[in-house]
Design a binder for this molecule. Sequence first.
Ligand SMILES: Nc1ncnc2c1ncn2[C@@H]1O[C@H](COP(=O)(O)OP(=O)(O)OP(=O)(O)O)[C@@H](O)[C@H]1O
Ligand SMILES: [Mg+2]
Length: 237
Amino acid sequence: MPILYTKKIFSGYGDLRVLFNINFSAEDKKITVVVGPNGAGKTTLLNTITGVATIHSGEVVFKNRRLNGMPPYSIARMGIAYVPQMGNIFSNLTVEENLRLSGYFLSENELLDRLEYVYSMFPVLKEFRSRRAGTLSGGERRMLAIGLGLMRKPEVMLLDEVTTDLAPKIVKKVLETVVRLRDEAKLTIVLVEQHAARALQIGDKAYLLVSGSIRYEGDPQELLRHPEFSKLYLGIS
Ligand SMILES: Nc1ncnc2c1ncn2[C@@H]1O[C@H](COP(=O)(O)OP(=O)(O)OP(=O)(O)O)[C@@H](O)[C@H]1O
Ligand SMILES: [Mg+2]
């Protein structure tokens, strides 16, 4: 059962057209991986779902409700957390101040519950709760960015390039966290990734997006053997 899907979406920014006829769906409590080269429109797909991009035609549906035309904050409140590519961390605030800010609309009791939950998922954030976020390592920052999304008790998490520019060992750690978000936190995950091969290993379903169109939809392992994928990622034609 898809909890979230797009139907015949054409979207972009103002008059600019970026995505063409996208039928995308994310199954409940599964990891859906979206890979594709730079500029393919991966971030735009997430921006389309979250009300940031311009929808020219088609629809976005979450739990049987149409999201078209809704502002980003309403979509966030419905249970879709967006961890953007550039991060949304305030470097001058401490780790805990960042987390509190993300859950600003919660009551103090809920906020404390939620903080404990995030700290149990990411003990490193608890350890560094009083440190300025700007002093965190790359991997720790990604954990914090995911933690910010978790503060809002989402059902769906959209993760944009959470492993980019990290050392292989840290990439592995972050992806293990993503698996825990599915298996322990029971979240539906959409994972947009450049580290395509590793992301595909943890995915339940995969999409290959090229030049604003879906070129492949299906089993992640099979995508690894898909000729177009090899061509794009390994330079084999
Ligand atoms: N805010 C924006 N306004 C106008 N054009 C944009 C905007 N954001 C992205 N674009 C354009 O849309 C196209 C798709 O970009 P997008 O960021 O979705 O690609 P991507 O697949 O996420 O790439 P990357 O792997 O580099 O993150 C690009 O041509 C880009 O220049
Ligand atoms: Mg992007």
